[in-house]
Design a protein around this ligand. Structure first.
Ligand code: NAD
Length: 264
């Protein structure tokens, strides 16, 4: 049990990696969780978290890039739990998108990346926000990347990932506008912007899914990033991008002066 007792959380892309860690950490802290993913394995992952934590964790197969699936997730959560308090927009896709590829390839890449990383966040959140307003408040956490923050450490993202990069910069627009507009409704909206974290997405970048030894030594753990999210929820701030850089403490920074919020 913990400081999220009685809360209900929705986590997208929770079958592995950071999403699984967020779902587990939320449950460990007392929340009930709706964990969804395109992968069937989400059902086993959710059952395992439920067994380990004693919390209700529903594992649902759903695709955040599909409007009907977003609607189903929100409607079913309200029907089954009476509402929800926390939405973690974690589902994300990555692929190389060289700027000199054909425009036809670029359009295909656009849909592959943006339909999940950008449009999915828009659809799920816009369907969710009226429910959070009715609930009297809550939290939205947009999972971004340290690429939108000033550099502190080198990362694994190649220069030929313009669309992935753009999809995460686009989340800044949501975090900034929603945090300001929804403050009146007691809804906080933040971004989390981590560097290299040991997940299947990161390992897929390397042959045989083996991290290079120098990276394996320093890479961040998903459970530590998940704890940072729990700390962020407890902190209560809104409208910020919270960074986590390889080689630095994973923590919530001091509250910035107003002119350091992401809108400048
Ligand atoms: N791992 C890192 O180093 C790192 C760094 C910065 C940001 N991120 C971000 O963190 C988030 C999680 O990344 P990860 O490393 O755990 O990735 P991952 O690929 O290991 O896991 C992503 C999960 O999202 C699911 N998913 C993908 N598209 C989906 C869709 N349309 N609908 C529902 N589920 C979908 C996948 O099936 C998978 O289970 C992503 O948004 C990613 O961009 C990761």
């Amino acid at each position: 049990m913990g400081n999220l007792d009685g809360k209900v959380a929705i986590v997208s892309g929770a079958a592995q990696g950071l999403g699984e860690a967020y779902a587990r950490k939320l449950a460990e802290n007392g929340a009930s969780v709706v964990a969804f993913d395109v992968q069937e394995s989400i059902k086993d992952v959710a059952a395992s978290i439920a067994a380990d934590t004693g919390q209700r964790v529903d594992g649902v197969v759903a695709d955040v890039s599909k409007q009907a699936d977003c609607q189903r997730i929100i409607d079913d959560t309200v029907a089954n739990f009476g509402g929800f308090d926390i939405l973690v927009n974690n589902a994300g896709t990555w692929r190389e998108t060289p700027v000199d590829s054909s425009w036809e390839q670029a359009l295909e890449d656009y849909h592959y990346i943006m339909d999940t990383n950008f449009k999915g966040v828009l659809m799920l959140s816009r369907i969710a926000i009226p429910k959070l307003q009715e609930r009297g408040g809550g939290d939205i956490v947009n999972i971004s990347t340290y690429y939108v923050l000033p550099a502190r450490s080198e990362g694994t993202n190649q220069p030929n990932t313009d669309l992935y990069n753009a999809s995460k910069w686009a989340l800044n627009g949501f975090t900034d506008a929603w945090s300001k507009h929804l403050a009146k409704d007691n809804i906080r909206v933040n971004g989390m912007c981590m560097g290299a974290t040991d997940t299947p997405m990161l390992r897929n970048l390397f042959p045989d899914k083996q991290l290079p030894p120098d990276m394996a030594e320093v890479v961040m753990k998903a459970e530590d990033i998940a704890q940072q999210m729990i700390d962020l929820l407890a902190d209560g701030r809104s409208g910020e991008n919270i960074g986590a850089w390889v080689g630095y403490p994973i923590e919530i920074p001091p509250t910035p002066a107003p002119n350091r919020l992401i809108s400048g």
